[in-house]
Design a protein around this ligand. Sequence first.
Ligand code: NAD
Length: 256
Amino acid sequence: MIKVLVSGALGKMGQEVVKAVSSQDDMQVVAGVDPIATAPINGITMYQDLNEALSKTEVDVVVDFTEPTQVLKNIQICLEKNVRVVVGTTGISDQDLVLLQEQSSDKDWAGIIAPNFAIGAVLMMRFAQEAAKFFPDVEIIEYHHQQKKDAPSGTAIKTAEMISQVQVNQKQKEDPTIQIIPGARGGRFDNINIHSVRLPGYVAHQEVIFGLPGQNLIIRHDSTHRESFMPGVLLAVRKVKDLQGIIYGLEHILFD
Ligand SMILES: NC(=O)c1ccc[n+]([C@@H]2O[C@H](COP(=O)([O-])OP(=O)(O)OC[C@H]3O[C@@H](n4cnc5c(N)ncnc54)[C@H](O)[C@@H]3O)[C@@H](O)[C@H]2O)c1
């Protein structure tokens, strides 16, 4: 039985993780952490602090869906306590990844960090990377609910990174557009424009739009419910014990 602690257990994703883990035969939720917790939830002991929870509970895997400002510290606490971690929280920078890789290099420990746990989104990024070899010009539009704290999404940044990796010899040109309203052309990652929509009604959606003279190719993925992320999270919880170091992206446990 894999003993799972859910960090951010009272959040939108955390609640979904508690439900998904609790419905599996080979894993159980042994505790939850959330600073707004005041009482046990459905018989699960809740803590306001991850350090305290890990000191008082036997845990195999922490699953973290918290906040971009909290996530690095939470991963470092797991590393220090030698508890493996599965992270869905966005906001981890390249520098954070390098730091975590260094800090964990001599430890028997692993952390899986994925900006998107939906299998369809991972495929969307993979297909976009394939298409980018043939289409140098591309823009990304991502759509999320209004409570999302950061922009652009981790998925959009990761998609742009993957596209950039295959476009070394044919980078998209600088954008000469005069922006009458600053930001009208979105944010830029390696010359790839990223547009972030925040509206009620959306969960997590993304379009990668390619253009060549006379044709457009649009690759789109829609997560219409948070349950779309759960098969990926459960897979990561099962796999993390067999891995070593920082694994960034669900594709590495799906395809490698
Ligand atoms: N990787 C993916 O597939 C995926 C999918 C959806 C959302 N996300 C990301 O997951 C994160 C959470 O999303 P959400 O919609 O559930 O947000 P949310 O605001 O609904 O929930 C976050 C929860 O974390 C709690 N929290 C804050 N600081 C904490 C700490 N230090 N320790 C423990 N808990 C803490 C908050 O009180 C809150 O209950 C966001 O970064 C979001 O972008 C990732």
